[in-house]
Design a protein around this ligand. Sequence first.
Ligand code: LMR
Length: 393
Amino acid sequence: MFESLTLAPPDKILSLSVMYRNDPRAEKMDLGVGVYKDATGATTIMKAVREAEKRLYDGQTTKTYVGMGGDDGFNKGMIRLVFADSVSADRLFSCQTAGGSGALRTIAELLKKARPDTTVWLSDPTWANHAPIVHAAGLKTATYPYFDAATGSVRFEAMIEGLKSAKAGDTILLHGCCHNPTGANLTLDQWKIVADLLVERGLFPFVDLAYQGFGDGLDEDAASVRLLAGIVPEMAVASSCSKNFAVYRDRVGAVLLLGKDAEATKIAGSQALSVTRVLYSMPPDHGAAAVRIVLEDPALYEAWKTELEEMRSRMLNLRKGFAEALRQQSNSSRFDFIADHRGMFSRLGITEAQVDALREKFGIYMVGDSRFNVAGLKEDKLEDLAKAVVSVL
Ligand code: LMR
């Protein structure tokens, strides 16, 4: 059986962690995979989540199945967290998934059932796993222009022109906030223009919301989704708790669906559950149950928000500090865009050979397209890093 197989290529993002771990150099720097790190380089468990896990441990009396959609309280909490009161509750459905990736795959499979000939349009560039996930569900992809590497900003007019090539019934995958890998985001005015275009052309919005709370704030980062919800008849959102609750390995995410009315929502939700039933039957409970406890307890919720806000503002300061260090070392404004971007990532805009040189000479690890994880930066190493970057230009 297996003799027909050849070795799968290493994952462009996750393989970096292995290389980093095996690098013996003390001064090495991990700017690869999107995991938040504090000033000491540790990825700690958030205090509110820790407390919720304690309560879970003390109160849990059974490990019997929860149900196909996972934890009801979690699902209600996720609807509130993402949509707030932007649209009536009977038009919204949520089911818990195995992380944001599980949500993406479930939505892709749902689209395949609903409209097998839909083309899913991805931003150029986008997260390295988007196209593989969509293709695995048997759907076609196309790309729309998004990022201008020369200016470090969104090519908005080109994006709109590109989206006009999509045909009615196609799906547009959008990053709700904190665009991965570029960190360049749409303004709310631009979201409004996109939303109107989607309605005018009969295009279906599929939003990846993996970094809510890491950009401009919890509500600010969901403003795109809430704006869309007030304008478009239907949409799907893949939400992840991996980063904002720091529950990476517990695999916590949600499929959120907006239907045109209560009946359509119920039908779409039932089909989403029949997708997950054959993918993995039921989602893992532990992490989502802990997130539910945080979302339902006002004191824990406030503590979580405060900690998340500290993480967000630390990343913003690192962005400013790194842009400033690069300005000084390069004697140019070439990298100023880093301070304007939001979220966990930006692209330095250097070549793959230069990225390789940073790794080989200095033990600095980033993705081959020069995407770096802002949270992997260290306050006291910004100057060294900027020097290293400038040395390979
Ligand atoms: C990333 O983009 O680094 C994260 O979303 C982790 C992953 O699964 O790739």
